[in-house]
Design a protein around this ligand. Structure first.
Ligand code: IVH
Length: 670
């Protein structure tokens, strides 16, 4: 594989992980996996300067702000931190910075536990709190002022000596105890970890929901300020404390030679701390030196995060359970003798898939090594000791729930149940998905309730959900329900009878149509009616509708096939018709700046641009344009970079307006 292909593949995975983490608060990989992907991509980029353009996404922090909140531009960007994982890497990092400044002396740091929450920028004008914004993509975040005002720990006013204008940065987090209590109260839709719980609680469109969650705040950094506050970072933290901010009490001044011992000390206290931390941040104390060190890419040169290694433990593999997902995928899950891994009791771990089990030759009864990195599902690393009388695990060839044949396509890692809608597991999983947070988001319709109603015969397909309020009296009589709970459920269901197109598409649970692809489709087709007509027409290979579907940037042939397959099934069309009687699908939020000359235009980028392609595309889309891959009669503009080939030629033939990069930037107001 060429370096370019390899890099592209890595960047795709990184972008997908970013979206999962920042936009949906639902990480798909461990921090350690994410860091290793980034490092691999950074290494390739460093060894191949010609791939600089491609690698530019690595410089972007986080993801673009989610829609629904107002946008706030940070006066000073909110950045990320470089990570190190060992004493050697730590020493090398700081030696490099010494070289950068031509200094010889050891560094004096302020060391602060690295809290796992979400960063926040707090703006004070005339010493009054005026605005709170999330990090977003680092330059622009979401306005969460109203939500932030529900935190008792937020100082609303600063004393006389504070500057006229100041941005103070810190971390909003949830303690382990508050996190566990929250999940206990919502067993149907638990958060994966305190970080997600904090992010999910703060980023609520309705601040009264935030008010019910217990969120805490530590302040630790500065943004823009009208007048300097201190000469050292330590002095700055002292000032913040005086102004009424909470500063992490474990923060300390630490010399370079003492860092290793400090790291070990905090590591030893980690499990007992009331909040999750994933490392220690070391910051140069002298602010004049910080200013000279400046930034590179997405991170300051004056700080680094020394992360703790993933936590490991060993335990016995008691069983391998096979779960059946909504698309029929058979997923193996390890049931373990419960074991404490870094303060968390672990009973289940992922085994990924059939090949992974075979490759590691894990057998029921083996003693296995387990790893838990900060969040998400623990992983099995391998076998430590073979159990007595074990035999290799045979992956089932039939669905453990409905007994239908389970098949595996040649190019796939996953075996799937062929039972379709006659498989109860698939039906239930689809219903759970339909009600889940990114889809219809129906409060109270979690796993347990869906399963219960399915077994009771109250639920068979998605439209039945909206019939439940008509069975309220019957539900009230069920064990564990009662009138109040039943009425609450009806209200929660009725509150979701209007839904945005992207959520609706996602809720259908079509294979490969996750939130991202649903968004692409919604943006492209605009309305439910238009989308449905287009999908039905796209069933015919070679039709205009099929070509249009294939031309949407990000929609590949596999996705197109899955979509048309859904529309080719009569029972799916019946489901859609039944849903139409129950819910109203709202048009997708179209162009934000409808007065932009790009709003509603169909655009193609071709050739090499000075601006990175993903950025150009994102800018155009933010202004309401649709960016597609191929030139057709429907294309409004083609932005032509250097060495443009066939697309430019086709545009010329079709008489489509061609723009230089400069012209595009002008239209986009860049
Ligand atoms: S300083 C310019 N200090 O870690 C440096 N960040 O990986 C800005 N974090 O976005 C960050 N504890 O959400 C800093 N004591 C601390 C921190 C901390 C947690 C988070 C923060 C930041 C991320 C960077």
């Amino acid at each position: 594989m060429s370096a370019k292909t390899k890099l592209k593949a890595l960047l795709e995975r990184i972008e997908a992980a970013n979206a999962a983490y920042y936009e949906r608060d639902a990480p798909e990989m461990t921090d350690a996996e994410y860091d290793s992907l980034r490092r691999e991509a950074e290494d390739i980029a460093a060894a191949h300067p010609e791939l600089r353009e491609e690698a530019r996404v690595l410089a972007r922090v986080g993801a673009r702000p989610a829609t629904g909140f107002g946008k706030v531009r940070h006066r000073t960007p909110m950045l990320s931190l470089d990570n190190v994982f060992s004493p050697e890497a730590f020493a090398e990092f700081w030696q490099g910075k010494r070289r950068f400044l031509g200094l010889e002396a050891a560094w004096d740091f302020v060391a602060e536990p690295k809290i796992d929450g979400l960063s926040i920028s707090l703006t004070y004008e005339s010493r009054k709190f005026v605005r709170a914004a999330t990090r977003g993509d680092g330059t622009e975040g979401e306005d969460v002022t109203a939500n932030m005002l529900t935190l008792a720990e937020l100082p609303r006013e600063l004393p006389e000596d504070a500057p006229d204008f100041i941005e103070i940065r810190g971390e909003v987090y949830m303690t382990k105890a508050d996190f566990l209590a929250l999940n206990e109260a919502n067993p149907d839709k638990p958060f994966a970890n305190p970080r997600n719980a904090a992010a999910g609680s703060l980023r609520q469109l309705d601040p009264s929901v935030t008010a019910k969650r217990k969120l805490s705040l530590f302040a630790y950094a500065q943004g823009e300020t009208a007048t300097p506050v201190a000469d050292t970072h330590w002095g700055y933290l002292e000032t913040l404390k005086r102004w009424g901010f909470k500063v992490n009490p474990l923060s300390a001044r630490v010399g370079e030679a003492e860092a290793e011992a400090f790291q070990a000390g905090i590591g030893a206290r980690r499990a007992a701390l009331p909040y999750d931390i994933d490392g220690v941040v070391y910051k140069v104390n002298d602010l004049a030196l910080q200013a000279r060190l400046g930034f590179v890419g997405r991170a300051p040169r004056w700080a680094c995060a020394w992360k703790f290694p993933a936590e490991k433990a060993s335990t016995v593999l008691e069983d391998i359970e096979i779960q059946v997902g909504r698309t029929g995928a058979l997923t193996p899950r390890a049931r373990l003798t419960p074991v404490n891994v870094g303060g968390v009791l672990v009973q289940y771990a992922t085994l990924h898939n059939e090949d992974e089990i075979a490759r590691k030759d894990v057998r029921i009864g083996d003693t296995v090594e387990l790893q838990r990195a900060g969040d998400v599902i623990p992983q099995i690393l391998g076998v430590l000791k073979r159990g007595a009388h074990t035999h290799p695990f045979h992956f089932p060839t039939h669905c453990p729930v409905c007994g239908a044949l389970a098949v595996r396509d040649a190019d796939e890692a996953v075996r799937r149940c062929t039972g379709g809608l006659s498989c109860p597991a698939q039906v239930v999983e689809r219903l759970i998905h339909f009600c889940s947070r990114g889809a219809f988001d129906i409060e109270g319709m979690g796993e347990k309730t869906v399963q219960e109603f399915y077994e009771a015969g109250l639920l068979r397909a998605a439209p039945d959900i909206f019939a439940l309020p008509r069975h309220e009296a019957e539900i009230a009589k069920r064990e564990g329900w009662g009138e109040v709970s039943a009425a609450k459920l009806s209200a929660a269901i009725n509150a979701r009878r209007e839904i945005g197109l992207e959520r609706f598409i996602y809720a259908l649970g079509i294979r490969r149509i996750g939130e991202n692809n649903a968004k692409l489709l919604a943006r492209h087709y605009g309305s439910y009616a238009h989308w449905k007509v287009a999908m039905r027409a796209a069933i015919e290979i070679g039709s205009d509708a099929r070509l249009e579907l294939g031309s949407i940037s990000g929609v590949g042939p596999a996705i197109a096939t899955d979509l048309v397959a859904f529309f080719a099934e009569a029972h799916n069309l019946d489901t859609l018709a039944a849903l139409e009687r129950e819910v109203t699908v709202l048009d997708a939020a179209m162009a934000t700046a409808s007065d932009s000359p790009l709003a509603g235009k169909v655009m193609v980028f071709t050739g090499t641009l000075a601006m990175a392609r993903p950025e150009a595309k994102a800018r155009a889309e933010a202004l309401g344009a649709k960016v597609t891959e191929s030139v057709s009669k429907k294309t409004d503009f083609v932005v032509v970079g250097e060495d443009a080939g066939s697309k430019a030629k086709k545009a010329a033939e079709l008489g489509i307006r061609m723009l230089t990069e400069q012209e595009f930037k002008k239209m986009a107001g860049l």
